[in-house]
Design a binder for this molecule. Structure first.
Ligand code: NDP
Length: 302
């Protein structure tokens, strides 16, 4: 399917540093599709108005990011079954002038699980926000047993009571649980823009049998990934997740399927270097060199 002058966007707040325009504009060029993917910064009070503008201006679709993934559901005409179950939308497609909500965070994560983390066992997810919702859904659909640890226990209870075991984010609970965990997912914001921050309480140690999947991608080399790498864990970084959801969104809008690696490379080329040192203000940490095709992952690309 090729459509002329395809108009696409990402809405969020803040959205200035979104890597989605770089990924999707590169994909449009690679597929010789005339169009433009832009970013629109809108707060919650402007959400309805912005969607009306997209409708009037015949946008083919848009991505939704923090903090609108759950709220946007109220303004859509329909949801696919995954988005409805998860209660969050990251991709909207205009079909016959109707806005249909999808969740490619889930489908992208399912593909990462299938291609990079074969088999299934026990997963520990840290966080209870929108990203954690998608991860827990994808993991349970793929047959994983899931435990959720969150700083605010009540929030995890409300979100996951029926889907996962809930434990406090403390050293005793995590230490005990990690001995039976083969996949640790950081779906919290801990480490985002703070190179010294980690979701793991002091005293928690990681072992080589664990794969650590990080959702934070700014900085790309988080403290969690660095320490997990030092402990001999297998690693999947936040750009792998970002690329996978982008590939699925692009496919929904255009019918064209590009490799996850294409989107990852486009995102990497947009990343500002240095990352962790400048964000932490710690010059001793040095800069993280990111180049096309390079990955913080301990496993090969999908
Ligand atoms: P939310 O704001 O909905 O949730 C944030 C979660 O992080 C909450 O569970 C919160 O705990 C927890 N948290 C925040 N700070 C800390 C901390 N210092 N220590 C421990 N827990 C903490 O955000 P989202 O779920 O939408 O996103 C979470 C992260 O995932 C973000 O960094 C986002 O950038 C990233 N992400 C990456 C994607 C990718 O493509 N790579 C896609 C989607 C998200 P509490 O409930 O106690 O406040």
């Amino acid at each position: 399917m090729t459509r002329d002058n395809l108009r696409l966007a990402v809405i969020g707040n803040p959205v200035a540093h979104s890597l989605s325009p770089a990924m999707h504009n590169a994909a449009l060029r690679a597929c010789s599709i005339e169009g433009l993917y832009s970013r629109v910064d809108v707060d919650s009070s402007g959400l309805a108005e912005q969607l009306a503008i997209f409708r009037k201006e015949c946008f083919a679709g848009f991505n939704v990011t923090i903090p609108h993934k759950e709220k946007v559901v109220d303004f859509l005409d329909d949801l696919d079954s995954v988005a409805r179950t998860v209660g969050a939308v990251n991709t909207v497609v205009t079909e016959d002038h109707r806005f249909i909500g999808y969740n490619t965070d889930v489908t992208g994560f399912q593909r990462i699980l299938g291609t990079r983390i074969p088999g299934h066992g026990s997963a520990l997810v840290i966080g209870a926000g929108g990203a954690a919702r998608g991860c827990v859904y994808a993991l349970t659909m793929e047959g994983w047993g899931v435990t959720v640890a969150n700083r605010t226990l009540d929030r995890a209870e409300v979100a996951f009571r029926d889907r996962a075991e809930i434990i406090p984010l403390d050293v005793r609970s995590l230490g005990e649980r990690l001995g039976r965990t083969s996949l640790l997912v950081n779906a919290s914001s801990a480490g985002m823009n703070l190179a010294q921050e980690t979701p793991l309480p002091a005293g928690v140690t990681l072992t080589p049998g664990i794969t650590v999947l990080e959702l934070v991608y700014s900085p790309l080399q988080t403290r969690l990934l660095r320490e997990a790498g030092e402990a001999g864990c297998s690693l999947v970084d936040g750009l792998d997740f970002l690329a996978a959801q982008a590939a699925d969104a692009f496919h929904l809008w255009t019918g064209r399927r590009l490799a996850d690696a294409f989107f990852r490379e486009a995102a990497e080329s947009e990343l500002t270097i240095p990352t962790s040192a400048s964000q932490s203000g710690d010059p001793a940490k040095g800069s993280l060199s990111v180049r096309a095709g390079a990955t913080a992952s301990g496993k090969s690309g999908a």
